[in-house]
Structures are given as structure tokens and as C-alpha cells.
Design a protein around this ligand. Sequence first.
Ligand SMILES: Cc1cc2nc3c(=O)[nH]c(=O)nc-3n(C[C@H](O)[C@H](O)[C@H](O)COP(=O)(O)OP(=O)(O)OC[C@H]3O[C@@H](n4cnc5c(N)ncnc54)[C@H](O)[C@@H]3O)c2cc1C
Length: 575
Amino acid sequence: MVNNIGSQAPDIKNINAANISWSKELDWIVVGSGGGGLTSAITAHKHGLKTLIVEKTPYVGGTTARSGGGVWIPGNSMYNLDKTIDTKEDIKAYLDATIGDDSPEPLKASYMKNGPRMLDFIERNSHLKFQLTPRYADYYPERPGGRIAGRSMEPVRFDAKCLGDELKNLREPVLPVARGAGLGLTEARDLYYVMREMREKGRLSAVARYIYTATTDFLFGRTTTSLGQAIIAPLYYSILKQGIPIEINTAFTGLVVEDERVVGIVVSNSQGEFYYKARKGVLFATGGFAKNQKMREEYLPQPTGAQWSLTAEGDTGDAIVAGEKLGAKLGLMDDAWWTPVSHMTGNADPYFNICERSAPGTIVVNPLGQRFVNEAAPYCDFVKGMYKSQDKQADYQPCWLIMDAQHRRRYTLGMTPPFMPLLRKYFKSGEFVKAGSIQELAQKTNVPFDALSQTLQTFNKDCLSHKDTEFKRGDSAYDNYFGDGSMPNPNLETIEKAPFYAVKLFPGDIGTRGGLVTNEHAQVLSNEGDIVEGLYATGNTMASVMGHSYPGPGSTIGPSMTFGYVAAMHAAGQG
Ligand SMILES: Cc1cc2nc3c(=O)[nH]c(=O)nc-3n(C[C@H](O)[C@H](O)[C@H](O)COP(=O)(O)OP(=O)(O)OC[C@H]3O[C@@H](n4cnc5c(N)ncnc54)[C@H](O)[C@@H]3O)c2cc1C
């Protein structure tokens, strides 16, 4: 299914409460049903607040359901139980070394304090359970306080069959590999390195695990969810079990305001327009604006394309617009959770290129035929490198991920394992090309031959000494996590054997990170720095606690769930 840019932002109008006739009266209204929204609803309900969730699309889960489901919570009790104690000093040092001053101290401190609390609370009060993501390093493990052991959690697989008829409302994941076989983050990576496993261990345990899970699920009639869906499915189940109402196909279209305090919302659905009162407050958990092309052009670096975003279609910035119209302050609007994407699987939906960039035997070149970044760098940094390199160009052209026959024999490409032929449809668009020589490759990618040859020569020479002298690829434990551990440098190998392949890469994203500026209680702040009473924000609707950084796997869902929890606790008088 193409994740269309179909769900346009509604016309947002804030109104005054005078002469309003309320259709519903609640304590706590959550707008949006992603990870932050559902966590907040469960927290508020548990603390006695009459709660309602509204979701504008027909599906529950937002981009969270489409995600990898990683949740980066430093100091969480599971890592501490695992005897890899995460000290407050180390966490603070790491946040300082990554986020720095881009985010206010009280917000960072609130995240440090409340992240572990949120995890413990949600495990106790919902069907969502987490497990460690072993060896998934922080994204800058060599910086002060960074950890190679990581700080990330992922959800335990969940059989969503218990959702019954409501299963049809659960948003689909983006990674086809997750469907039906319930692979976690580590297993998905292991499956990518299927041949390495074969060489190293003489067996295919990742494949065997995949087949075993898929077969037993089929035989026992399970509907196994994993990754981001395994966050949403159990939360959704808990919401239903706890009797918290959730209205899908119901869009928030404006705030209701009285004496500068938010007292309710306007919603619109197939029955018409209604006013819902929120005695304790409204939480915006509506994601960002990645699917709103107009906002992208206004705020993000150019070129920018909603079609390169992997977010769900509801990510149209509605709540950010409503907040801004009310005089709320916006922050970090020029940044996103970047990731390079391609169409290497032949689908219109963009493909999230993670492992291919890190695996040995690949490089990425710009239209001048030059490398411009450590290809194995965290995805946000990679795209920042794309934009920086792009500044030198007159006209925008995408860059190319290049690999050779040697790479193809050893590693998965897109969804194609090494022992399977690449499908013809991959090559149809011209965004994926195959060539018998470097000359032909240069011609098919419209990259200058001399420059490309020179780049490959320098790269290949570095590969022989296992040291990338230009961009330090493979120097970081993060690079190595997605590399091939059986190689002297897990991220380096020469590119010399025909046929050669090249895939166009675009500056995509998994969400935007700018939005409404909040305080440490997730309360929205005005341009003057005052609290907008009755209004809270979390997830990609708020200016991220992570500033311009992405410290570790799960740096967006972790904060979304945490500040959803923080907001509900505050509204309930507990925070
Ligand atoms: C392939 C992929 C992998 C990823 N992996 C990870 C990962 O492992 N870890 C990580 O931290 N992040 C990951 N991300 C990013 C992460 O999924 C998002 O940043 C995060 O889920 C955003 O959460 P949220 O709660 O802010 O919003 P969402 O989960 O997007 O939920 C927002 C909801 O609000 C609804 N909404 C919007 N406007 C309205 C309105 N007007 N009225 C009512 N409802 C509305 C939307 O339809 C949506 O359902 C990944 C993303 C992708 C695509």
C-alpha cells in the first residue's frame, strides 16, 4: 500500500468558548493515537481522569506503528537489572555531549527522571512489555558517557489476535519483514547478514528463526506483531480493556479557548462538527508535519519531499498550526529525523536504507562522483551530509549508493538476499542501475567517469589497509553494529568486481522534530515564554528534547511516550 500524502491538513480554526454547546465533557483529551498518545491516555485514566482519544485516520498507531519500535531510555531499570548500571553522571555527560544546549536543561532533566518511570508505569499498567536490544550501541558511543552496550529497549512480540474486530484498525508496519514473522530489531539485522552467519557459524539461525516463527504463528493462528506494531497493539488492547474511548476517523480541527486557557477542542467527522470539553487539559500527540509539503517547503532545507518521508499520512502538522495560531512558540522547525531513502525495492513507498550503507563493499557518491560523508554514520548525520554536499551544486540531483558483484554475493540488497536474483521491476524506473564496467556505471548515473574512478581508487586503497582515511568509516562501534563483524573492518571492502550496481538515494525522513516549545511538564509555552494553560504536547508535535541530535536508537518514541506520561501526570496533579 502506498502511504499516500492523501490525508490533507484540515483547515485549523481556534475559537472562543462563548456560546459553545459541548457534545462531550472530559478531563483529558488526547489528540493522536501514536505511542505518546496511547501512553498518555493510559496514564491519565489510571489517575482517575475521564479520558478520550481522537484519531483522524481510520487507523490506530500513527508512525509509531510503522516504526522499528526502538525506545531509548537512559537509566532504565532493565539495563540496571542486567548489571550494566547506567550512572546519572554518565547519562548527563552523554546528553551534554550530544544534545548540548539545543534543548533546555529542565527538559533534559525531566526526560532523564521520567523516562525510566514511564517505562515501569506502562509495563505495570498495560499489556506492553519491553526487552533489551542487545549490543545496539548509542549513536555516538565514543563520546563522554556513550555506551557500546546501548540504552535502547524494544517491545516484546505481541499476538494481536486478541484485538478481534479491532485488528482491522491497527496501522500496518512499514517493514514487510516484520509482517507475520515477528522479527525484532536485532533479528532483522541478523537476517540481513544471512551469508555472514553461514560463513561464521555454518548455519542459518536467523533464517531458521524466521521460518520457525512464521510457521508456528500460522499453525497456531497467531497474529504476531513486532517492532513498532508491538508497541501499539498491546497499548491499544489495554485501552480497549480499560474502557478508554477512542474515536477514529475523527479529526481535531481547532482549540476552544476561554480567557487564554484551552478548555476544549473542535472535532470533525462524518457526522459533523462537535465541541469536546477538556477540564484538565488537551494533549497534542499528533506527530509532526512530514506529510505536509507546504510546511516542509516553509521550514526544512531544500529540496524536500513529503514523498520521501516514511511517516504515516496523518503527519500533517495540524496541531502545530493550531498552537502557532494561538501564539505558541515554535522550535527546531528546520530539522527532521532524517534518513536516506530509495526505491530499490521497486515500490512507490520509500525504502529505509540502513544496512546497505554500512555493509562492506559500498560507497555513496554525489553527482560530482565524490564521497562526502561516512556512509555508515547514523541516518540523521548521513542526510545532513547530503544537504551539506548539495550546497555546492547548482541543481539538485540525488546521490548514488554504489556496490559491486562481490557485495551482491555476500549481502542482502533491499529485500533480496544474496542467493536470490534481483527482480526486473527494480531496474524499471532507472533509479537502480546495473553496469558491466565503471565507465558504463558513470554513464548510467550521469556521474563524471574520471572523478568516480579516482574516488574508487582512493577508497579501495584505504580498504586494503582497513582504514578509511577520508571519513573514518568503521571507526565507531555504531558503524560496526550494522557492519559485517567477520571482516577486519566491519564496514570496509573494495569495490572492483563487475557487475556494478547503483541506487539513487533521496533525503528522506522518519518524522520531523520541530514543533511547539514546552516546559519540563510538557506544557506548551507562548512566544512570551508563558504557559498556555490547558495545553500540552508530546512526540513530534513538541520541539524535541533531543535538540538537533539523535543520541541512540529510539530517540523519538522514547520522548513521545515519556512526555505523554509526564503531561498526564501533571494534569492529574501528580507531577
Ligand atoms: C520505518 C520507521 C522506523 C522508525 N524507527 C524508529 C525507532 O526504532 N525508534 C524511534 O524512536 N523512532 C523510530 N521512528 C520514528 C518514529 O516512529 C516517530 O518519530 C514517532 O513514532 C512519532 O510518534 P508520535 O507519538 O509523535 O506520533 P505518531 O505515532 O505519528 O502518532 C500521531 C497520530 O496523530 C494523528 N493525528 C494527526 N493529526 C491529527 C488530527 N488533526 N486529529 C486527530 N489525530 C491526528 C495521526 O494520524 C497519528 O495517528 C521510525 C519511523 C519509521 C517510519
